[in-house]
Design a protein around this ligand. Structure first.
Ligand SMILES: [Cu+2]
Length: 166
């Protein structure tokens, strides 16, 4: 029975890690966080890969978890302070390439959370692409992710010893 349990756990972990995929756009390793459980705002991060031969653009996002969902980036103001600002034109996702939404950079912003972000919960976010159209992604809430690392799910992907790191 323990073998069966182990296999089931492994399959569950595997399906959890499968990337969302639609129309050649792939979302890799998404996660969302708020600065605190009762915070009024949160953000989502992920890697967006464009496996088509057409340049695309993430132009909007929406979700029931917040009153407003915006595409944000960080810019340094005149005083050297990093501030968030909305990017109305969205994020270019080049053909055959990708674009990373990451802490301290571009992100999907949730303003006016309708519920607290609890670690381990999942939220649904619809990403709207200029070419690929709409794509709904289930995003785990991860309040423990180290911003400077690839994340706690690094085991089992066979890339731990590689020199490649971004
Ligand atoms: Cu923001």
């Amino acid at each position: 029975m323990s073998l069966k349990t182990t296999l089931f756990a492994g399959a569950a972990a595997l399906s959890f890690a499968l990337p969302a995929f639609a129309d050649g756009i792939m979302i890799h390793d998404p996660y969302a966080r708020a600065s605190a459980a009762m915070s009024q705002s949160g953000a989502a991060f992920m890697e967006i890969l464009n496996e088509t031969d057409t340049d695309d653009r993430l132009i909007a996002a929406r979700s029931d978890v917040a009153q407003r969902v915006e595409l944000h980036t960080h810019v340094e103001d005149d005083n050297g302070v990093m501030r968030m600002m909305e990017v109305e034109e969205g994020f270019a996702i080049p053909a055959g390439g990708g674009h990373a939404l990451a802490r301290g950079g571009d992100h999907v912003m949730f303003l006016g959370l309708n519920q607290g972000f609890e670690h381990g919960d999942e939220i649904e976010v619809t990403l709207i692409f200029e070419e690929a159209g709409e794509m709904t992604v289930t995003i785990p809430i991860d309040l423990e992710r180290n911003p400077m690392r690839g994340g706690a799910m690094g085991n089992g992907h066979g890339n731990m010893g590689g020199a490649a790191s971004d």
